[in-house]
Ligand binder design. Structure first.
Ligand code: FNR
Length: 183
């Protein structure tokens, strides 16, 4: 049985480079990983007043995360941090108190930006949040990916064999990491 990896994408845009990355990773993933995109755009802003009668979509989202063996975050950087839509999904998953859906999951982060810095700021903000949520985030390789606008072909491939090899290596390391965390 492959590990089921919930893939959360920090962009809602149709042409998102981060979504393109998700689709390209699905095509090259090793047999040990099943990458499943989990949509987050429909989750309304978390409001603790609604805790006893959660908005539509919350229960299913939380159950999907709970059922996953691991989580992979693919995110752009918005103003040196993670987009609000991704933070909201993390907040939704973290509640109700004592039932954090992300608790104890192995995780990994890739930030991807057209800019040269590869979303470094967002990357480390996200890692900070994940510490608080008890996600065991893969330390290295540190995936700050720049030049996002040049990386993908229209049929969800990578334009350069080097990028594809690099991503395959990352996924293999992540798969090993999941195995170690599940022990
Ligand atoms: C950006 N962008 C951006 N890029 C970056 O490298 N650092 C940043 O701080 C920001 N800030 C930022 C804020 C907002 C509100 C927007 C809309 C965009 C540019 C961003 O990297 C670019 O739009 C990416 O293409 C977004 O990722 P997707 O949608 O292609 O996955």
């Amino acid at each position: 049985q492959p590990y089921r990896v919930a893939v959360l994408i920090g962009s809602l845009r149709k042409g998102s480079y981060n979504r393109q990355l998700a689709l390209a990773l699905q095509k090259i993933a090793p047999a040990s990983l099943q990458l499943e995109i989990v949509e987050i755009g429909h989750l309304s802003f978390y409001n603790d007043d609604e805790a006893d009668a959660p908005p539509a979509g919350y229960a299913e989202f939380r159950a999907t995360i709970k059922a996953a063996d691991a989580v992979l975050f693919l995110s752009p950087e918005y103003n040196r941090s993670i987009p609000a839509v991704l933070k909201n999904a993390l907040d939704v998953g973290s509640r109700p108190y004592g039932h954090n859906a992300f608790n104890g999951k192995p995780g990994a982060v890739i930030t991807l930006s057209p800019g040269a810095l590869g979303g470094f700021g967002a990357h480390h903000h996200l890692r900070q949040v994940l510490v608080g949520m008890n996600v065991a985030t893969l330390p290295t390789p540190e995936m700050y990916v720049g030049g996002a606008n040049t990386l993908f072909t229209e049929d969800h491939g990578f334009t350069k064999p080097d990028t594809e090899k690099f991503m395959q290596g990352f996924l293999a390391t992540f798969s090993d990491w999941i195995g170690r965390q599940k022990g």
